[in-house]
Ligand binder design. Sequence first.
Ligand code: FES
Ligand SMILES: [Fe+2]
Length: 367
Amino acid sequence: MTAFARNQWYVAAYGREVGRELLARTILNEPIAFYRTEPNSDEPTGTVVALADRCVHRRYPLSASRLDGDNVVCGYHGFTYDTSGTCVFVPGQKRVPRTARVASYPVVEQDSLVWVWIGDPALADPAAIPRAPWLADPGWTTVGGMEPIDAGYGLLVDNLMDLSHETYLHGGYIGTPEVAETPITTEVDEGAGIVRVSRHMDDAECPPFYARSTGIEGRITRWQDIEYHAPCLYLLHSRIAPAGVLPEADGSDPNAFHVEITYAITPSTDQTVYDFWAVSRDFAQDDDEVTTFLHDFNRTVVRQDVDALNLLQKALDTEREGYQELSINIDTGGLAARRILARLAAEGEQRTGEQRTTTPPATVAAP
Ligand code: FES
Ligand SMILES: [Fe+2]
């Protein structure tokens, strides 16, 4: 199992999923209830709130409760919480116990994604959230979804960092022989926690995914530039053009088709992960047929990964401790990602340890 990096931002949902119905998601083993406040003068679409999904009274899930204005009323005996998680009403008595509160988590809504911070709230810096601006840019048309996978999140990181699997697992969809045949270049920015893996194919078969969405017939130049911002955000910048067509000297690229493929890899429990995926394009923007095709086709591709990772996790579960893997060149990006994830997780652990030794227990226990 890959350890969790707690002091990090994670995508909990698409903004469109969070409204005036409570939404339950488990992030890094913590059950959380999400909802949106009523529109207010600062936020015409309301503000997303994330509260621990267990009532302080008898642990009833708040996600199975109801909203009263911006407060949550527990569906069991009516303990009522405000947006900070403070209990403002209990039944049968005037005095609300001082300890009646649930944790509230820092949340930022950006680029159509809802990001949540699980670790020490004092360290939550919204400026540290990596960007995927095309997701909310009218210059792009985006389709997307989310598939839960019964596998540790490290397996999904491995999967996305090495696209040579497209040739074998997604043959006939997005894989062609050239993907597996073409060597990669890998760059690692340890300090920023970013891994870049590039594969530029100058003369490749056009897979159905791009042939049917762009209308290109014949061979293509296909560039795949991965940018993984550990731990959660994975960007695949994809450039497709008829073979031989390169960007202009000034960097403009009018004769190519650009697709931004965004994944958010959010650990749910030790052995489950949320696989958020989105495909944004800068062509045929108003063509509904292309939109439907890319949505359905990409969901099929994602489900091929889901099936493979479900199977792989089951196989690994039956392995003896200390089994050996064998890595080759294609794994360079994935191995770099693992190193960074291990470091981020260890830094979080160290910090938790420091708090334990320097902070009085009562403060540590407070949400
Ligand atoms: S469990 Fe929530 S009020 Fe009793
Ligand atoms: Fe895949």
